[in-house]
Write a new protein. Structure first.
Length: 192
């Protein structure tokens, strides 16, 4: 089974990348890049949480709507959201209108603010020492021992919607794990 696909533009990419330009741009410019900023990591947790049970493309197409609806994922602002704000978010067609996920995002922001959580420190301590997925017997996984440990750690801290599969996706998207497939142009560029 091939893990890459030659796209019409002549570029070999991970097989999961469709011909949708927003997906191509995300794969080519973002997925797997190192993210360590507090706001960026909070956004990653929130968006990965909203993605649970949905395709990532669904989230990507609504990402700008999410950013607008959640004040640019400004943690301090999101932490102040009340039930009136939740009600308005539930009416906002630019986002995924799931009460539990909206409330989890607010809860997680409050947790970060109340406990002065340094997301870089809390998340990146679980990054594997070798972030590049082994080329022999390559396959994409849904979880790893590191994502299991990260999920358990965040749950103990009180975070919500941070299961191991969600955390593995976060580790991939923020560069903790470099999961571009063998022969993908991003893997080749990253390895060299």
């Amino acid at each position: 089974m091939s893990h890459t696909r030659l796209h019409p533009d002549g570029v070999e990419r991970c097989v999961w990348v469709t011909d949708d330009q927003i997906y191509i741009d995300y794969h080519d410019q973002e997925w797997g890049n190192r993210a360590t900023g507090q706001r960026d990591l909070f956004e990653a947790i929130a968006l990965e949480s909203f993605q649970a049970g949905l395709s990532w493309l669904t989230i990507l197409k609504r990402r700008e709507g999410f950013r607008s609806a959640f004040d640019g994922f400004d943690i301090e602002k999101v932490a102040t959201y009340d039930q009136e704000k939740v009600a308005s978010l539930l009416l906002d067609e630019r986002i995924i209108r799931n009460r539990a996920k909206i409330e989890a995002t607010i809860h997680n922001a409050q947790l970060v603010m109340t406990n002065n959580v340094d997301l870089k420190s809390e998340l990146w301590q679980f990054a594997p020492t070798n972030p590049i997925t082994q080329e022999s017997n390559f396959s994409w996984k849904a979880t790893s021992p590191e994502s299991d440990a990260l999920s358990n750690h965040l749950r103990k801290l009180g975070f919500k919607f941070v299961g191991s599969t969600t955390m593995y996706a976060l580790m991939q998207s923020t560069g903790m794990i470099h999961d571009h497939a063998p022969n993908c142009f991003r893997r080749i560029r990253k390895d060299s």
